[in-house]
Each structure stands twice: as structure tokens, then as C-alpha cells.
Design a protein around this ligand. Structure first.
Ligand code: GDP
Length: 142
């Protein structure tokens, strides 16, 4: 098994619905460990930079608006196969297609307001973690 790190973002809708604790508890139960965490309000520029790969998509502006509509919680998770494990725990992008008991099935409000972000590959995870965290803000655990 490969120990990996991945980025999770708890999106504004999940914060509004008081689901921070439920989401973090689920990761801990599944043995993904929190090694960094902070709550921030993204600026438009920071959200645009994060989602730069979607710049040409028709929903880009709406997604950036949503992600800056309230605070978000940024979390670095660590564990065996953390990237793919987190994608499985989150469920499909569209909550209508998400498996039962996935975070998006449980806590999303719409395709856009789908409760959580999770890195989709190891290279993305590395880029995304370093986009938000410096090395001295991350506390790896055994
Ligand atoms: P993810 O990796 O599962 O988050 O999916 P994507 O990278 O394809 O999309 C990034 C985020 O954009 C998703 O998590 C949704 O919040 C949002 N999104 C994706 N597709 C759509 C869409 O068709 N319309 C809108 N409004 N938002 C979308």
C-alpha cells in the first residue's frame, strides 16, 4: 500500500449545513488522517487559480462564485492510497449519480454545491496541497 496525501475542501454548502464534523469524522473512521487543516474565505483570484483547468468550461464563473460565497475548510488527508480512497468516499461529481452513503450523496445540495472537493490524481494532489499549504503547516503522522 502506498501512503499518500490528498487535498479535501469542505465546500460552503456543507459548512452552511453544519456538516464539517460529520465529514471529518467520516475520514477519521475510514483511517484517513488529518495532517493539516484551516478555514479560509477564498478570494476570486485564489479560487480561479485553484480551478484553472476548468477555465474554459461554461460553469467556471458560477463555480468560482459558489466557492467564494462563504468560507471553506482546507484539509490535507494522509493514508494508504489516500487519493483514490478519498474519491471513493466522496462519490461521483453529480450527487444524483453518487453511491449511497458517499459524502456527496449524503451532503450535496446540487451538482455544483456538492459538499466536498478531492484531488483526482497524485500530481493534482501535490499541486493542490502546495497551492494552499506550506510544508511547515503539514504534520505527517505514523
Ligand atoms: P470533481 O473532480 O468530482 O470535483 O469534478 P470536476 O473536476 O469535473 O468539477 C469541479 C467542480 O465543478 C465539481 O466538484 C462541481 O462543484 C463543479 N461542477 C462540475 N460540473 C459542473 C456543471 O456541469 N455545472 C456546474 N454548475 N458545476 C459543475
Amino acid at each position: 500500500m502506498n501512503k499518500e496525501k490528498t487535498l479535501c475542501i469542505i465546500k460552503p454548502n456543507a459548512i452552511n449545513d453544519n456538516n464539517i464534523g460529520n465529514i471529518v469524522a467520516r475520514y477519521e473512521k475510514e483511517n484517513l488522517k488529518v495532517v493539516a487543516m484551516k478555514m479560509v474565505k477564498l478570494t476570486k483570484e485564489r479560487a480561479e487559480g485553484f480551478y484553472i483547468e476548468h477555465k474554459e468550461r461554461p460553469f467556471f464563473g458560477s463555480l468560482v462564485n459558489f466557492m467564494t460565497s462563504g468560507s471553506v475548510v482546507l484539509i490535507v488527508l494522509e493514508g494508504d492510497e489516500a487519493v483514490s480512497k478519498n474519491r471513493k468516499i466522496m462519490g461521483a461529481t453529480n450527487p444524483a449519480d453518487a453511491e449511497p452513503n458517499t459524502l456527496r450523496k449524503l451532503y450535496a445540495r446540487s451538482l455544483e454545491a456538492n459538499a466536498v472537493h478531492g484531488s483526482d490524481s497524485l500530481p493534482s494532489a501535490e499541486r493542490e496541497i502546495s497551492y494552499f499549504f506550506t510544508d511547515d503547516e503539514i504534520f505527517p503522522r505514523s
